[in-house]
Ligand binder design. Structure first.
Ligand code: UGA
Length: 443
């Protein structure tokens, strides 16, 4: 099937690659000529396990191509995905200018019926706006053509994106058109094995489903973070509580890990966007506002432990920091807790020696060169001359470190763990003063 994808970001590129892999004929359109050129040379703009060989082999086989030429892209695809960004504007609402610009471009160049798919995470009602924009542009250019607009949200996770796209839990199709449904069932049939994963519904419900899924997961995390604060207040251990409640299948073990807050490009943005669009519609989404507030405070948690330990005097301290990305297996630093921590440490006069397996370049890009940030080549090098160690991201490489070495290198035998990787008792045996989230400290 001939498919066009607008926006070679995370979602667009992974989606395009897996569709090409199963034999579809895919063209990706982006406004960034540099990105298009680099992709053609085999340089993949993001770190995502398995993506580079997938893109390269499909490009070489001629099943996926990259271009800035919107007109030829639109001529190519009978199905056109919109997968451009929806960044938050000043008040946290999703900004639709890129989505609507693509809708206008499609209408400007289309010469036959098109199925237009909203793949980006967009507020409820966006399909109507896309539809109106297409209709308006067609009228202005004197064309009388038919089209369908479908909501087909993406549920991939960074770090596991290729697998999530290849083996989706569900494929949500929000459509009022039988012919579009039929076409998309055919498009997705290679991914719809074992049992029927396609769930067809009205467009607005599909749009809300995407937000509801992310907001539910973010709620689980903020709920657990709130429980971890209560565990500290009451002298309980949140890890015992987590095991105790996760064993109830109605609650489950997933997404109940307490920590130094959730980050990434999705949860923070989507919780905010749904809360803002609720309030614009005259409804106060109390749970969502609390989820956001709890997470905001949770990101300050590590700094508050550190500051309290040193009675607020961090001037001149050197901090070893392991983990910069918002979660393992990605170089993405968006809304990462490590940023909140580093910025607070700098503000307090401390300097940071940081190590991350993938996010060093990205950190350099964001913060540039500064005297109070050293990016180190290994996790051990980050310990050299540091006063204490902080862990922000649970990379596998941090799960079994040499604790004797840590103790020996640090000026204080002190470890702040934002991801609860170790047993407090074991840390005590190694002679390390150990702070974790919700594990027997008093707030
Ligand atoms: C999230 C969703 O999990 C995907 O289903 C969704 O498609 C995606 O957003 C999206 O909308 O594009 P992602 O942001 O890649 O995926 O990352 P997650 O694995 O969900 O983790 C998000 C954050 O929550 C991370 O900072 C992680 O450390 C934190 N987290 C996760 C916790 O603090 N505790 C947990 O138990 C789980």
């Amino acid at each position: 099937m001939k498919i066009t994808v607008f926006g070679i970001g995370y979602v667009g590129l992974v989606q395009a690659a897996v569709m090409a892999e199963v034999g579809h004929d895919v063209v990706c359109v982006d406004v960034d000529q540099g990105k298009v050129d680099r992709l053609k040379e085999g340089h993949i703009p993001i770190y995502e396990p398995g993506l580079t060989p997938l893109v390269k082999s499909n490009y070489e086989a001629g099943r996926v191509d990259f271009t800035t030429d919107a007109a030829s892209g639109i001529e190519h695809g009978e199905v056109i995905f919109i997968a451009v960004g929806t960044p938050p504007d000043e008040d946290g609402s999703a900004d639709l200018k890129y989505v609507l610009a693509v809708a206008e471009t499609i209408a400007t160049h289309m010469q036959s019926h098109k199925i237009i798919i909203n793949k980006s995470t967009v507020p409820v009602g966006t399909a109507d706006k896309v539809s109106a924009k297409v209709a308006d542009t067609l009228t202005k250019s004197g064309k009388s053509l038919t089209y369908d607009v479908v909501s087909n949200p993406e549920f991939l996770k960074e770090g596991a994106a290729v697998n999530d796209c290849m083996r989706p839990d569900r494929i949500i199709l929000g459509t009022d058109s039988e012919s579009a449904e039929k076409k998309l069932r055919e498009l997705y049939s290679p991914f719809n094995r074992n049992h029927d994963k396609i769930i067809v519904m009205d467009i607005r419900s599909a749009e809300l489903t995407k937000y509801a899924a992310n907001c539910m997961l973010a709620t689980k995390i903020s709920f657990m973070n709130e429980m971890s604060n209560l565990a500290e207040v009451f002298g309980a251990d949140i890890e015992n509580v987590r095991r105790g409640i996760g064993s109830d299948p109605r609650i489950g073990y997933q997404f109940i890990y307490p920590g130094c807050g959730y980050g990434g490009s999705c949860f923070p943005k989507d919780v905010q966007a749904l809360a803002r669009s609720a309030s614009q519609a005259g409804y106060t989404a109390q749970i969502l506002e609390s989820v956001e507030e709890v997470n905001y405070k949770q990101k300050e948690k590590l700094f508050s432990y550190i500051s309290r330990h040193f009675s607020g005097d961090l001037k001149g301290k050197t901090v070893a920091l392991w983990g910069l990305s918002f979660k393992p297996n990605t170089d993405d630093m968006r809304e990462s807790s490590s940023r909140v921590l580093m910025e607070a440490l700098w503000e307090a006069g401390a300097s940071v020696k940081a190590y991350d397996p993938e996010a060093m370049e990205e950190t350099q890009r964001i913060y540039g060169s500064r005297d109070d940030l050293s990016l180190m080549g290994t996790k051990e090098a980050a310990l050299e001359g540091a006063d204490f160690l902080v862990i922000c991201t649970e990379w596998q490489a941090f799960r079994a470190p040499d604790f004797d070495l840590i103790k020996q290198k640090l000026n204080y035998p002190l470890l702040f763990d934002g991801r609860n990787l170790f047993e407090p008792k074991l840390m005590m045996e190694y002679g390390l003063h150990y702070y974790a989230i919700g594990r027997g400290l008093s707030v």
